[in-house]
Write a protein that binds this ligand. Structure first.
Ligand code: HEM
Length: 313
């Protein structure tokens, strides 16, 4: 049972300083996908929130004392401020792409049927796997942020897995993407997760859908999360601007232009096959047409991905 605690009305009952808690629970191993009202709230926050508001904490902090059961919790405001200051010191825009990829590779070991893997910072033990090439640079940012948190209000309050999830949301925010609500309380793994669960670099669209389904992620979530490839240097616009250029480019398919050598290097093989799949193409079209829809759905899918397999402390 997973429960998401949300700060709601001011407390009616005496002696509860932080206010009443609204608790939404799901029976699965991961938090439920956001409800329609929650999606609408995200949409509103996308429009209204400055990128760095981040919803690191999502509002006033929920005190540990109020969280009798293990479950996701929000950071107190002073803890959220310390985390944001740490990221500001060690996570410049230039490192945003590798950080967002790091989140996917920590999350991507999750297997819903086996009930193991997921966002637990096991990535630190898996950096030599071929799938994880280039991610040592990302992990060193997480370690540097953890070091910055020593002696602050956030010391001991968040795990490395939380830091990974938060850093990805921060990276999306500083590159112009949506604000994302990320609860904390994940427990860290003490060793590597099972290998062989990341999508192959030459996977077909159907294989990618199946790979994501094994993680409990839908075809729509595969599409919207792959929109992260707008970050980085694969030719989807500015490498450190989070926007919907990825989807526009998938529809234009510049790699098919045999007369343009440069254009043929746009993207990676797994991107190239997505728009030809009848299940995926409508989602690609929708996000190419509407950056607002992309941002809202990305925020929801990121929040889900960043809690896959989480064991809440
Ligand atoms: C669907 C299957 C996916 C495959 C096969 C895949 C594969 C790759 C590969 C091979 C690269 C490196 C390109 C290079 O630098 O040579 C890459 C980059 C990247 N991936 Fe993915 N990816 C997938 C999905 C995702 C998802 C779901 C996310 C995030 C939610 C993501 C985030 C990123 C980011 C941000 C980069 C740029 C990293 C950088 O420039 O340092 N990817 N991906």
């Amino acid at each position: 049972m997973q429960c998401v605690q949300r700060h709601a009305q001011p407390a009616q009952a005496a002696g509860r300083p932080q206010g009443r808690l609204a608790v939404r629970c799901s029976a699965s191993g991961s938090p439920a996908p956001p409800s329609e009202p929650s999606r609408r709230r995200l949409l509103a926050s996308v429009a209204a929130a400055p990128a760095l508001q981040l919803l690191l904490a999502g509002g006033p902090g929920v005190q540990a004392a109020a969280a009798a059961e293990p479950g996701p919790r929000t950071l107190a405001p002073e803890q959220a401020a310390a985390v944001e200051a740490a990221f500001a010191a060690v996570l410049p825009k230039s490192k945003a792409p590798v950080i967002v990829r790091l989140v996917f590779h920590d999350a991507g070991s999750y297997n819903a049927a086996a009930g193991d893997g997921g966002v637990n910072a096991s990535i630190q033990y898996e950096l030599d796997r071929p799938d994880n090439f280039g991610l040592k640079r990302g992990w060193s940012v997480i370690e540097a942020a953890a070091k910055k948190l020593r002696g602050t209000a956030a010391e001991g309050a968040i795990s490395k897995a939380d830091l990974i999830a938060l850093a990805g949301a921060y990276a999306v925010g500083i590159t112009g993407g949506p604000a994302i609500e990320v609860p904390v309380g994940r427990r860290d793994a003490t060793g590597p997760d099972p290998d062989g669960r990341m999508p192959a670099l030459d996977a077909s669209a159907e294989q990618q859908i199946a790979n994501f389904a094994a993680k409990g992620l839908t075809a729509q979530e595969l599409v919207v999360l792959s929109g992260s490839h707008t970050l980085g240097s694969k030719g989807y616009g500015d490498p450190v601007t989070f926007d919907n250029t990825y989807f526009k480019t998938l529809l234009a398919a510049p790699w098919t232009d045999k007369s343009n050598e440069m254009a043929q290097h746009t993207g990676i093989p797994t991107d190239h096959v997505l728009a030809d799949n009848p299940e995926l193409r409508p989602h690609i079209q929708r996000y190419a047409d509407s950056q607002q829809a992309f941002f809202a759905d990305f925020a929801a899918a990121y929040a889900k991905m960043a809690s896959l397999g989480a064991r809440w402390a």
